[in-house]
Ligand binder design. Structure first.
Ligand code: FAD
Ligand code: UDP
Length: 367
């Protein structure tokens, strides 16, 4: 099939644009350098038949009905509301921090006093930034925020990002605020779930359009791209431009999977470890997928430096310098008329899956 468009990368960004262009009548060649679809959302059965997510836990959550309805054409959803605990020196603490977490971290009297003060100051069900609370003029609130920061955020963030929290964009920690209620859900979005038959099956359907030719294990070479009227590139933007403005900084992860010979390992899908252990969190997949099995599978995440020849870029490290560096690449990208840069790597943004789908839909519309 002679294709009109080349889509590079078959994670959410590439798959959504490929599907939209194919449905609009374009012939699409869709390539990925990896041997599977789905990018970082790829899941598969392990050797004992347990469905695992190879690049860490992925929970779909969005307030965007257009995104949810669009994806619902390609999958049914398993209703799932994400629950996370922090293991603070052996004590289970609900995350994001809420009034229950205060009960778990402080004495009964202290927790009661702080809860009353938080509700008086912010109202019930309010979302409060931990970092802003650390600046509070109220001595008690500041003290509590400092303690929560020290116990739950400081080490975890240092491990996750390799730099002290002060050097990071505050928006990163603000992803996990304090809530002045007892809602135990990690995400508050209107739509939440896991594709009922897994992410990979959903990607097979997204990319199953007869106008799409999927080619795996193929790396993009700019030299082979002249034949297309449109290119959609979802790999790292600095790779595309041969790192002419230097390599953009990413954090990477090593995943250690373990099979456990009993039905359950932990109470909730994800337990975070903000202590001195090398890993940040442990995920037990059966909580996410609802799968029944006599055994269970977990994965531990060890954050590490991104070394292009050794591991994959997982998280863009956002700071002033990297933003300025990215803007140079953005300026190069703007000069190219028929290349669209979409997704977490191509736009160097800490996008969640729903943001990427939304971007994909919008880019496809513009094309
Ligand atoms: P990717 O999924 O990274 O896909 C890019 C693809 O491009 C890859 O398959 C890659 O192989 C391919 N590629 C790159 N360069 C080339 C090249 N030169 N030639 C050919 N192919 C190339 N989001 C949520 O909403 N909820 C979550 O619970 C959640 N959990 C996460 C957990 C972890 C550990 C991480 C790292 C991210 C998580 N995310 C989550 C974010 C989510 O993974 C991303 O938003 C989404 O996967 C980004 O999709 P993408 O298509 O932009 O990138
Ligand atoms: N974070 C933390 N402790 C936690 C959970 C989160 O310090 O127990 C910080 C950490 O810096 C992390 C950020 O908050 O990178 C965002 O957390 P989120 O759970 O959104 O991270 P993701 O799931 O994207 O890895």
């Amino acid at each position: 099939m002679a294709a009109d468009c080349l889509v590079v990368g078959l994670g959410f960004a590439g798959a959504v644009v490929a599907e939209r262009l194919a449905s609009a009548g374009k012939k699409v060649r869709a390539i990925d350098q990896r041997g599977h679809l789905g990018g970082n959302c790829y899941d598969c059965l392990d050797e004992t038949g347990i469905l695992v997510q190879k690049y860490g836990p992925h929970i779909f959550h969005t307030d965007n009905a257009t995104v949810w309805n669009y994806l619902s054409q390609f999958t049914e959803w398993l209703p799932y509301e994400h629950k996370v605990q922090a293991n603070v020196g052996g004590k289970k603490v609900s995350l994001p921090v809420n009034l229950n977490s205060l009960d778990q971290l402080f004495s009964e009297n202290e927790a009661k006093t702080i809860a009353a003060k938080l509700i008086e100051t912010f109202g019930p069900g309010a979302k409060v930034s931990i970092m802003q609370l650390r600046q509070s003029a109220d001595h008690d609130l500041k003290k509590v925020a400092d303690e929560i920061y020290q116990k739950i955020f400081h080490n975890y963030t240092k491990k996750q990002w390799g730099v002290p929290p002060e050097e990071l964009d505050p928006a990163i920690i603000e992803r996990v605020p304090l809530w002045t209620d007892r809602d135990e859900r990690y995400f508050k979005d209107k739509f939440q779930g896991i594709p009922r038959h897994g992410y990979t099956k959903m990607f097979e359907r997204l990319l199953g359009h007869p106008n799409i030719e999927v080619v795996l294990n193929e790396e993009f070479k700019p030299a082979n791209s002249q034949d297309y009227e449109q290119i959609v590139y979802t790999g790292p933007i600095d790779d595309y431009f041969n790192h002419q403005h230097g390599r953009l900084p990413y954090r990477s992860l090593s995943f250690y999977f373990e099979k456990i010979g009993q039905p359950w390992y932990q109470e909730v899908a994800v337990v975070n470890f903000p202590g001195t252990e090398g890993f940040t969190r442990v995920t037990e997949f059966k909580h996410l997928t609802g799968q029944e099995h006599e055994a269970t599978a977990i994965v531990r995440e060890y954050p590490e430096e991104h070394l292009p020849e050794k591991n994959i870029p997982s998280y863009p490290i956002m700071n002033e310098a990297s933003r300025a560096q990215y803007q140079k690449y953005q300026a190069e990208a703007a000069k190219l008329e028929n290349v669209a840069f979409v997704g977490r790597l191509a736009e160097f943004k800490y996008y969640d899956m729903d943001d990427v789908v939304e971007r994909g839909l919008s880019v496809a519309r513009n094309i």
